[in-house]
Design a protein around this ligand. Structure first.
Ligand SMILES: [Zn+2]
Length: 417
């Protein structure tokens, strides 16, 4: 009996010591939730293009340094041989998915963001005017609030957004004050005003969109479906910071940027120099090598890689934003320039410079990419093929510190029998 007493006392003393010293030290040692080690970080906003470690805590980037010890993190991912970049931003998508059979707005022509975003490294999508000031609250409730992907929006100047004819062309339903009111009310989500799908020749619709963009102090997003407006006039009316999409299309709806002789039209380059931003907006018909390649060679590189994701583009030549980025590498753009146009550039164009970077304190939206080497083929809207020897693939996607895509189980535990 006598022997037992000191034993119990020793255990008690040990427990107290463990509580007082060991536990706090352990907590301090594992101050990070996640550590991505040895990856090649490309963070264009911060001019980082080298191997670094990135630590994440509480959903934010906690530290970016040359060597962060694995012991300081609860979980460590080895990203040797991979590229670590900010979560990609796709500024042209149609994600107001709903049950209407033949509509984009609240319909099946749109797609659900989470179904397509994370598997291609995208953490933020901007819906391109699928909703207008009338149905934006439904879009928010039905999709934006229910998605893990960050969903932002350009608000259509047409009250019901892309609800088909005749509604989306009703000039009386295009109201700059109502659009401004909604844009201001939801200023954390609405990043600009969209004009598109209007077949009239008067400039009232365009001017109303511009008026709403001015009043809400946001950029205007111009989609091609304005067949009676000349390209030169559209570009002339656009302000620095406004965005034109489907930049490299070759369709009857709009004059192409490259003329019949293969020469980039001078007024197009002048518009980009003035500050008009050119988005790819690939979609089902918006991207042609016959336009994109000579335009790139003659100095018109896109500012951003909007995919124009919707039901009809995702299984055709577009496929995903990573596929568009790979296409541009095949055209001759460097990986660093491609990453810039998928991260910091689109963040800037939607005036959300808190996104698209890996600054300490920023939200931990991260894409870990694999650059595959081999023989690959890329297809444009006309069914033309371009060969390339590099292809990007998303290994891991992290949204606000949470792993939302893990292609090869980089973050998973090894299974043992
Ligand atoms: Zn579109």
């Amino acid at each position: 009996m006598l022997l037992k007493k000191p034993f119990i006392t020793t255990v008690a003393v040990r427990s107290i010591f463990a509580f007082l010293f060991f536990v706090p030290i352990t907590l301090y040692a594992q101050q990070y939730d996640l550590l991505i080690k040895n990856g090649h970080v490309i963070d264009p906003k911060n001019n980082i293009d080298r191997i670094k470690d990135i630590a994440v805590a509480n959903g934010k980037i906690a530290k970016v340094d040359n060597d962060i010890p694995a012991a300081q993190s609860k979980k460590t991912i080895d990203a040797t041989g991979l590229y670590v970049v900010p979560g990609l931003i796709d500024i042209h998508t149609h994600v107001f998915v709903g049950s209407k059979a033949d509509k984009f707005a609240d319909g099946i022509y749109s797609v659900s963001p989470d179904d397509f975003s994370f598997k291609s490294g995208v953490t933020t999508v901007v819906d391109a005017g699928t909703s207008g000031w009338r149905n934006f609250p439904l879009f928010k409730e039905q999709v934006i609030d229910k998605s893990q992907t960050r969903v932002l929006a350009f608000l259509n100047i047409a009250g019901s957004g892309m609800s088909g004819k005749p509604m989306q062309e009703d000039i009386n339903d295009m109201n700059a004050d109502s659009a401004t009111l909604v844009a201001k009310k939801y200023k954390d989500i609405i990043v600009g005003i969209k004009i598109g799908h209007y077949e009239g020749s008067d400039w009232t619709a365009f001017d109303k969109a511009l008026d709403a963009a001015n009043k809400s102090n946001t950029p205007m997003f111009v989609e091609c479906h304005l067949p009676q407006y000349s390209l030169q006039d559209q570009l002339q009316k656009m302000r620095p910071g406004d965005i034109i999409t489907h930049s490299y299309e070759q369709v009857s709806e709009r004059m192409p940027v490259v003329d019949e002789q293969g020469k980039l039209r001078p007024f197009v380059l002048a518009a980009q120099k003035k500050g008009v931003l050119f988005d790819v907006g690939h979609g089902g018909a918006g991207f042609w090598f016959s336009q994109a390649v000579p335009a790139f060679q003659q100095g018109l590189a896109p500012n951003s890689f909007g995919s124009d994701l919707h039901r009809f583009s995702m299984n055709a030549g577009m496929k995903s934003m990573l596929n568009i980025m790979s296409k541009y590498m095949a055209i001759g753009m460097s990986l660093e320039d491609v990453v810039t146009r998928a991260t910091s550039n689109p963040a800037k164009s939607i005036k959300r410079e808190d996104l698209g970077n890996l600054s300490e304190g920023a939200v931990a939206d991260i894409a870990v990419l694999n650059v595959q080497n081999g023989k690959f083929g890329f297809i444009d809207a006309g069914g033309n093929r371009l060969e390339g020897n590099k292809k990007l693939e998303a290994e891991l996607t992290i949204r606000a510190g949470k792993i939302v895509w893990d292609l090869n189980g980089l973050a998973a535990q090894q299974w043992k029998q």
